[in-house]
Design a protein around this ligand. Structure first.
Ligand code: B12
Ligand code: SF4
Length: 492
């Protein structure tokens, strides 16, 4: 059997990092870990090929070659996924689809031959067995969650690592919290399930031996969901593994209560973590209560962020406007919070209701649901009737984005952050790629772009005040360039 694994294209969004990637000559930020994991579960005698459409196009020859096409996607890739499904039909090749988009919206994909939903660990074996017997069903679903301690290591050999800015690895699935809008608990459950430290080290060894010496993203929904295991097993193992290995550094996603555990933060930094994405959502207590974001309540969130930054972890933040409780003052309050906290990468979105969440069910019952979410949480759209007049909400949202990503306030925020940040000791060797990126940013941002004054101002300031953080200052300037491009062109 010849199986073609296809990952559809992301639109040009905040998360695509498209405009930043060209500085480092990369095609995409991360490889499709779901498909690489799926690949490891397919029969060993099959011939597999992966096409990540963010890296290479799918040709008619590719479709002719395949006996079966496996597609994985999240909602934001819906459009590209539909196009490739249509092309497969045109080429008379059978399509098997899975991943978050199809798990959440499977009833809308009549054109797909086989929907193998939820976690492949549980639904793929029955599909493969039925296929072998010539009686494959159309839909495979489950309400169970698998034991990821038995998930095989992803097939890295399917991906062309050079094309990506970062690699990905997954230690846990699921999150103990219960935020009303969140898809994670619906898809992966409340009880964090973990891989063993040995599994993680095997996966890291596989990447390292294939020549990967850069950033690795722990794609966990909440990395600190099982603190006991982290402190006793995984982090000590990572600290040991990283010894003598140059270039490797980690980032991840965690809940805000990370700030309350100094020992945990210290261990993460020692293990090579330098960045953590946190769902801050809103500085408004009422809106936090509305969405049941308990862990963010009754705390000084600016101080919490600064504690994490001082421990050596850059905080990236997710923010949301459009809660029922929000009034028009929320826009300025979000701006003030973001500027004060020094969260440089602030992903602000309008509240959307993903299918399968408690929010989706509530809005449906209230007769306020308008259809499926776009899946791009920063495109200024939503899929329900908002309490605040929609035009006002969108105008307020635009105001936030144009403000925080304006040259003046973005560069100001970078300095606020660099002032606070205690840089971890991560040994990143100088290579040709970073030298070229440095020259490219000097030409693009320092000469061609209208932000040249702010750019050189930041570099000179950093050289005098925090010289060790110069590479980070340049990286953040490049991110800013991407965010500004997207926020001025993309928000509807
Ligand atoms: C890494 C990640 C990203 C990366 C994507 C990089 C990449 N190339 O994959 C980045 C940072 C770009 C990203 C962005 C966003 N993401 Co995201 N992301 C994740 C995250 C944290 C991990 C994904 C992953 O690699 N998992 C590990 C692999 C092994 O799991 P998996 O892909 O789910 O695959 C398993 C099953 O789903 C299934 N499976 C998957 N594919 C297939 C295919 C077939 C054929 C079969 C049979 C089975 C199968 O089997 C696999 C093994 O169990 C997930 C959360 C999560 N826990 O998965 C969210 C998640 C996928 N993201 C989500 C969202 C909403 C977003 C954003 C809109 C922002 C946001 N609010 O988080 C943006 C949109 C992107 C954009 N450009 O605008 C949602 C998706 C919801 C949906 N219905 O689509 C998730 C589930 C998190 C959430 N908040 O609910 N994301
Ligand atoms: S803490 Fe994050 S992952 Fe956990 S339920 Fe809330 S939004 Fe979802």
């Amino acid at each position: 059997m010849k199986a073609l694994l296809i990952y559809p294209e992301f639109p040009d969004t905040f998360w695509s990092f498209k405009h930043a990637l060209k500085f480092v000559h990369k095609n995409s930020a991360f490889p499709p870990l779901g498909l690489l994991t799926l690949g490891a579960m397919l029969p060993k005698e099959w011939t597999l090929r992966l096409i990540d459409m963010n890296v290479t196009a799918v040709t008619e020859k590719d479709l002719e070659w395949a006996d079966l096409v496996f597609i994985s996607a999240m909602s934001v890739q819906r459009r590209s996924a539909r196009q490739i499904i249509d092309r497969c039909r045109g080429a008379a090749v059978r399509v098997v689809a899975g991943g978050p988009l199809f798990t959440n919206e499977w009833e809308e994909f009549d054109q797909v031959d086989h929907l193998v939903l939820n976690e492949a660990e549980l639904t793929l074996p029955p599909f493969l067995a039925d296929l072998a017997h010539g009686v494959p069903q159309r839909v495979y679903r489950t309400t169970e969650f698998c034991n990821i301690g038995e998930t095989p290591p992803p097939m890295w050999e399917l991906a062309d690592m050079k094309r990506y800015a970062s690699m990905s690895i997954q230690f846990s699935r699921g999150c103990p919290f219960d935020c009303e809008f969140c898809n994670v608990t619906a898809l992966f459950g409340h009880r964090p399930r973990i891989k063993s430290a040995d599994q993680i080290i095997t996966e890291l060894d596989a990447m390292y031996s294939r020549g990967w010496k850069g950033q690795i993203f722990f794609v966990d929904d909440n990395f600190i969901g099982n603190k006991g295991y982290l402190k006793k097993q995984l982090l000590p193992a990572l600290i040991e593994w990283r010894k003598g290995k140059r270039g490797i550094h980690f980032n991840t996603e965690a809940s805000v209560n990370l700030a309350d555990d100094v020992e945990l933060m210290e261990m993460m930094v020692e293990a090579g973590f330098d960045t953590v994405f946190i769902g801050i959502e809103t500085p408004d207590e009422g809106s936090l209560a509305e969405c049941n974001k308990k862990q963010n309540r009754n705390r000084d969130l600016v101080d919490t962020v600064k504690r994490i930054q001082r421990a050596g972890l850059q905080v990236q933040g997710g923010f949301i406007v459009g809660f029922d409780n929000d009034t028009q003052s929320i826009f300025q309050r979000q701006i003030d919070f973001i500027q004060k906290s020094g969260i440089v990468t602030a992903m602000v979105g309008l509240l959307q209701a993903p299918a399968g969440t408690r929010l989706y069910e509530r809005l449906k019952q209230e007769g306020r649901l308008l259809g499926h979410m776009s899946g791009d949480n920063v495109d200024g759209t939503t899929n329900f009737i908002t309490r605040m007049d929609l035009a006002t909400l969108r105008e307020g949202y635009r105001k936030i984005m144009l403000h925080i990503y304006s040259r003046k306030y973005y560069y100001k925020r970078v300095r606020t952050f660099l002032r606070e940040y205690k840089a971890p000791k991560i040994d990143i060797p100088l290579n040709w790629q970073s030298i070229f990126a440095f020259f490219r940013s000097n030409i693009h941002l320092g000469i061609i772009s209208s932000e040249r004054l702010q750019y050189w101002g930041l570099l000179i300031w950093t050289l005098f005040k925090r010289p060790g953080l110069l590479p980070l200052a340049i990286t953040l300037a490049v991110y800013g360039y991407h965010f500004r491009k997207v926020s001025t062109s993309h928000i509807v």
